[in-house]
Design a protein around this ligand. Structure first.
Ligand code: IPE
Ligand code: IPE
Ligand code: MG
Length: 247
């Protein structure tokens, strides 16, 4: 059964992660400055959230700012931070109304106090919502996530709270960001590059990867639908043979 931008499919991904790339090139193509592209990208964020809600996707994780992005021109970083604040101010109430649980993953201690406060208020306000979990990765790095988990775990060994033999993949996972969320089923990257750029590393272990040349500001519910349709046609084998999976 198919409706417009809404597919009822038993193999819909539970957790979709997106590397929202191509804002700068989108703007350049139009003869505008890079930050024009970031501003235009906000509409694509709204479209992706709307698609996720309509299609009962449980978790949507969006890569908004990487730990490496601090090295961009100061003015670009400033605009991105302002934009983050602006979007939080204008969208959180609507998200709350739509039962969205908003969370931010990443080292937010490097953000200014105003932004940290807005993030914390948005998380508290939406904490008990039962609809889509919208995870924003901000000042996030996959290596940071893993090192952070290792550090916390080692501290607990040192304090005698756990012993070396307790360490397992399951335990390690419990110290990583998004430890309470399902593994990523589908990773989408816009903007034509085919790389992970230090996004979720641990959590992507068995994700299906989908790359599109579409620049992020042009991402739409249609493009999301194409990605999800492509995902639903794949056979996920998790190390088994195709025959084992089918039986
Ligand atoms: C992604 O678009 C947004 C962020 C990294 C914040 P880019 O800004 O990387 O756009 P391109 O890749 O330069 O086109
Ligand atoms: C990845 O995009 C980070 C975000 C989308 C936030 P980049 O544009 O920073 O990635 P690279 O540098 O091209 O790998
Ligand atoms: Mg880029």
């Amino acid at each position: 059964m198919e409706m417009e931008n809404h597919i009822v499919d038993p193999i819909m991904p539970k957790h979709v992660a997106i590397i929202m790339d191509g804002n700068g090139r989108w703007a350049k193509q139009k003869g505008k400055i890079r930050t024009f592209g970031h501003k235009a990208g906000v509409d694509a964020v709204k479209a992706s959230v709307s698609f996720a809600i309509k299609n009962d996707i449980a978790v949507l994780t969006l890569f908004a700012f990487s730990s490496e992005n601090w090295n961009r021109p100061v003015e670009e970083v400033r605009v991105l931070m302002e934009l983050f604040k602006l979007v939080l101010s204008s969208e959180v109430k609507k998200l709350h109304k739509n039962k969205v649980r908003l969370r931010v993953i990443g080292d937010i201690s490097r953000f200014d106090a105003k932004l940290v406060d807005k993030i914390s208020k948005a998380e508290t306000m939406t904490a008990n919502n039962t609809g889509l979990t919208l995870n924003i990765a901000a000042n996030y790095g996959g290596k940071w996530d893993i090192v952070n988990a290792a550090k916390t775990m080692c501290a607990q060994v040192q304090d005698g709270k756990i012993v070396l033999d307790d360490i397992s993949e399951t335990l390690f996972h419990s110290y990583t960001c998004a430890n309470d969320l399902p593994e990523v089923d589908l990773l989408i990257r816009t903007g034509g590059e085919q790389r992970i750029s230090n996004f979720l590393l641990w959590q992507l272990a068995y994700a299906e990867l989908y790359f599109t040349d579409v620049y992020w500001p042009d991402f739409s519910e249609e493009v999301f639908l194409q990605a999800v349709t492509n995902f639903s046609e794949r056979q996920r084998r998790f190390g088994l043979t195709g025959e084992q999976v089918c039986s």
